[in-house]
Each structure stands twice: as structure tokens, then as C-alpha cells.
Design a protein. Sequence first.
Length: 627
Amino acid sequence: MLIIPLLITISMLIVMLYVIYEIEKWKSVRRVLVALYLTGMMTVMNLGGYIYLLLKDPFYFLILNAAYMIFGLYPLLYIKDIRNKRIVYIIFSITMVISEIMMGSLIYILETLRAATINASVENLYFVSVMLIEMSFTLILSFKNMNRVLRNYLIGLLLLMPWFPQIFPSLIVPIWASAIIMIGATILIYDTLYNQRLKAHQDTYTTLELISIFTLMMIGEFYFFLTNSLLLFDISMIIGMVWFIYRALAGPNPRKGNYLRNSFVAFSIIFMTFIMEFFMGAVLDFIEGIFSPGLSGFVSSLSLNWLPLTNPFNIIWDFIDILGSVLGSTWFLVMMGIEMGFLAFKKMLEIRIKEVKVRMLLMILAYAIYSVYIPSFSPISKQLPFIPYMWSMGIGTLGPVSNSVILGIIGTYVIYAILSFLFGSRNLCAVTCTAPMMYQGTFYDSLKVYNRTSKIGRKTVTSKTPNWMRIIALSVSLLALISAILSYLNSQNIIRLTILGTDITVLIYFIWFDVLWYLLFISIPFLGTFACVTTGYCYWGVFNQAISRIGLFRLKVKDPKLCINCKTVDCAYACPVGITDMRGWFINKGEFKSFKCVGIGECVNACPYNNIYFYDVRNWIKDKLKH
């Protein structure tokens, strides 16, 4: 029986390659219509053959083909001109993919004598091989006619298409292969947008289309691990093939935009990418055993106690549980680290000041070692609660407050306090925290324009700390302190206090840094960058900023007169925290010191006169030695 599926596949392939050639070349309307007619004919023949094998009755096969032969001739006889080629392209793309699906269905029933579902129709080597050949052929024909951005996007999507889990003996290969390719494609997307940032028009909406397809693919894989069904994934692959053929023939989306000029466009890009990365991280956690497959297995793997979905509170609690469990998981952090680390490395290469370069390199290494390797993969990962400096976000990170970990917690605060006093809060907010690497990549760093242009972002600029920010910072810090005291009393059995079985400090950290922080992050177009600093949201950052404010760190200038004559004020525009008034301080005092300044160093790098420099314990020691 193998010869019949092969003959069907080869025949379909030959016809479709010819049809693709005619559609792409568009030598005449008549030839295009003939090509469309052949596409429809192949679809009907495959459908008729499938029905015949299923019902063992030739009547429907004959009726379908006869009806198409008659009514399908109408366009050939009466259409003389086609004004909108895009309509032809979309009709052809959809019809061609449907034809391939019906071919897969026909072959499946020939091999198994059972009716084919969508899954069975596309999850076989016949469909996948024909699909890849046709997509490759379309790309080759259209290669010279499309712009570089679309060309790269289509190549990235083409590389993703072969990884149907069912045609591989193990899930590990297709899941990891698709994840690696998608991570690379995401980096490509961000790098492309960043390189086009100064243009009035970008391929923004083409980018959003591609990200949407990636997102649907990841949702499909996540759904598979929950239900053991690849239906959503197969649908995403079908949509991906239709989009690929259509865009290869029709070109990029004609609608233009610029993510630096439209906050909603920027938000759409960030939000869609975040959703894609969320499900990608969850899928990697499944494949690596962090989460157990199946709905019940997934629920049992979550961080908090699952509640029955009987009321709004329970629904919100479980939603937070799912979000935080994925966003704080090992493989989500690994995946984000690869993406954001690459973008940060690209940004580092653009930096000209050596000290800022070193700081960014330390930032990347700190994420890899301090945030990922040591907590998840190192031999000492189980001992982290007892080691000072490893409670990376202070109270709540590694568990409840108890006698056994009190030295680790207090030691962490002492060590960070000393570092912040000597070097400024940059030791945390610009190096060891995960936030700076996520904010400092090429694409995300460019979003600092929204510090000045967004409605809320404008309220957080300058070095001033408004009353509302102080209230937030004080309230959050008191909340963390009180919760730590309650957690300790609970661990000593002096009181009995948990929130639905979860320690209060663990819960606060879980919500604060594994859920709400990411909401801040994706809201950059409305809040500006480093909102964790400018709003007083982060109690751990506030502690280090407060110590830094009374410490040795500050920014100084070599010659205040240069600042008086400076016309561009590049230092203010470069600051990712939105401190726009530092020049006035430089002119009046020759130095700048602020609660908000976390020593990112963009101002030092941006100064066209190389006039600004960091001042910390190193300079203080040099000054003392001189005297």
C-alpha cells in the first residue's frame, strides 16, 4: 500500500509546485486563474477520494468532482482582470493548505482504514514533507522580491515548521528544537525593531502577525501537555503555513508603525511576546520535569494550594498561582535569560565607557550565575537559605523566617548594606537583580523614551521623590517587615498564621516579584522603564537605595562649565530611570546624588564631552591617600 500514498504525494507536489510558480510569477490573469482552478481541483479530488474510501460509495466522489468541473469554470470564462492581487493570494494560500490537509486525510485512511481527524491529517511525514518543500519553493521564488525583514521572518518560521511532536519518537527533540528556534527568532524580532527604531515606518504589524503565530504554537504545546491533544498546535501550524505562503507572495503588511511613537503598538509587541514566553517557559518546565503532565499533574506542581473554582476569589488566587509558578520557574528564567542576555550583550557592545561595559558584563554574569545556576543547578542550591547574600530579594525569597535561616537573612541585608554604602545601590539595581538585564537590552532600553512621553511616566521623571512615591515605598517596606515578624512568630509556634496554607512572607514575595513585577515590566509604554525604581514598588531596592543615599556613591563632573554650555543634554535623555535634572546639579554643585539614581551609567556613556564619572569608595580612598 506504500506505493499509492507515494504516488498521491508526488502528484500533489508536482501540481502544487507548478501552481505556486504561476501564482508568484503572475505572467497573465488567465494563467493565474488556471493555477487557482488546479488548486481547487486537487482539493476536491482529495476530499472526494477521502469520502469514497470512508463510505465505499463512488456517488459522492463523482458529484463533487462534476460540480467543481462545472462551477469552477466560471472564473476562467468570465473574469478578465484582477485588481486586488492580495485577495487572490489569500484565497490561494488557504485553498492550497486545505488541499494538503485533505491529502493527509486521504493517505491516513488508506493506511489505517479509519476516518482522519485534523491531527492525523497533518501529523504525518507525507503532509510535513510536502508542506516544507512547497514553503521552501515559494520562499525561493519570492526571495528577491521581498525585503530583508520579511525574508528573515519567513526563514525563521520555515525552520519551526518541521517539529511536529508526533512524527518524532521522543518529545524532547521537537520541543527543545522548536523552543531554541523560537528563542532565536524572538531575538531576531527585537533586534530588527531596534535597528529600525529611528525610521518613520517599520514592519511592525508584520512582526505582530509573526509573534501571534509563535504565541499560538506555544499555547498549542502547553495544551498538549495538559490534555495530550495536539489539536491547537496543529491548527497553529496550519495558520503558520497559510501566513507563510500569503506573506511570501503578497509581501509584508502594508500598515506601518513605530514602536517608539505609539505606546499601544509598543505594548502590543511586549504583551504578545510575554504571553508567548510564558507558555514557552511552561512547556520547557513540563519537558524537564518541573511540572507534571496532565491537568491534575500541573495543578499539583504549582507553588500555592489550589482552590476549587467556585467563587471569584478562588479564581483570582489560582490565576496568581499559575502565573507566579511559571514566571518564577527555572526554565522560564533560563529562557528569558538567553533572550534578554543576548539583547543586553548587544547593548554592551554599543557602550564606549569601559566601566559601564564592565558593569553590564557583570550584570549578565550575575543573572546567569546568581539568579539561575546557583539557585537551580549548583551543588549548594539546597543550602542557599542558610548562606548570607543568597536571599536575592531579602525577606520571603527562599522560605519562611525561622531561627535556622535568620543568619542568612540578616547577613544578606548586612552585606548588601555595606555594598550599597560603598558602591551605591547599583550593586543590586544595576547588577545582581534580574530587572536591569531585562530593562537594559537594546529593544527595551530604547523604550526609555516613554519615561518622558507616557502620561504616568512623566510624573516620575527628575530626581525628586514625590510624596506618593515615599508613601508607596514606606508602605511596602513596612509590609515586608511586619510580615517577616509574623512569619518568625509563626515558625516559633507563638501564633498560628498562614494564608491558605502559605507563609505570609513567601506569599508576599511570590505575588510581588513573580507576578506584579512582570505587570510593571509589560507596562513600560505607560510607566516608563525601571518603574520598580521610580515608583518605590520594590522593598528590596528601596532598602539599598536608602543606604546608597547616605553612602559614598554619586556622579561627578570634571568641569561644571562644560555642562553650562551643553546644548544637547544627552545625559538626561540617556537616563533609563528618567532623571532629567542632573545637569542643574552638575552646574551648581559639580556632583549629583539622588535616591532614584541606581548607577546604570547611561549618562556617563552618553556625555559627548566625557565629563561625567562615577564616584564611590575607590575615589574616596584615593582622595584620602592624597591628603
